[in-house]
Design a binder for this molecule. Sequence first.
Ligand code: MN
Length: 192
Amino acid sequence: MANSDSLNIYREKRNFNRTVEPIGTFSEGTRENIFVIQKHSASTLHYDFRIEADGVLKSWAVPKGPSLNPKVKRLAVMTEDHPLDYAAFEGIIPEGEYGGGKVIVWDSGTYSNKSIKNGEELDINQALDKGHIIIELQGSKINGKFALIRTSGGSKSQWLLMKMKDTYDSAEDLTIKQPKSVISGLTIEELK
Ligand code: MN
């Protein structure tokens, strides 16, 4: 169910007279579901992993970023829904504002929902509710199947992000090998 109220928390946290982030126009969504991974140097450096669902970007903060190694599980803490137009946001959030620091678009693309639990196919909203998401990413850097599994509830619920076995498995750490923005070509340090 599309719900324009789902951006209220996002908007309440921010002063749009000061931040350069988008206020966010509510949208019925795009034809192909998008994902984005933003590298964000806030009080602690992290990666924000976001997938389109229900007209917004469902969002997780992943301190260590994604791994392509199926043996590695990465903590992913759910954060507030972001507007779809946030997927193109790259810039410097002023110090003192919520999330103050630099943001680059580290990767982006589209995803296919492959969620299934106990033999039952789940649409993406059901998968979010059940805390059991399987998606296949088609990005500039990251490709292949990932699972997001909820391990504890609450408003800042904890999940694990992990690569599933497929032909895109790799021991390479792309966050180190390919640190640059897919939009500007800049590293987060170079962003001005
Ligand atoms: Mn963030």
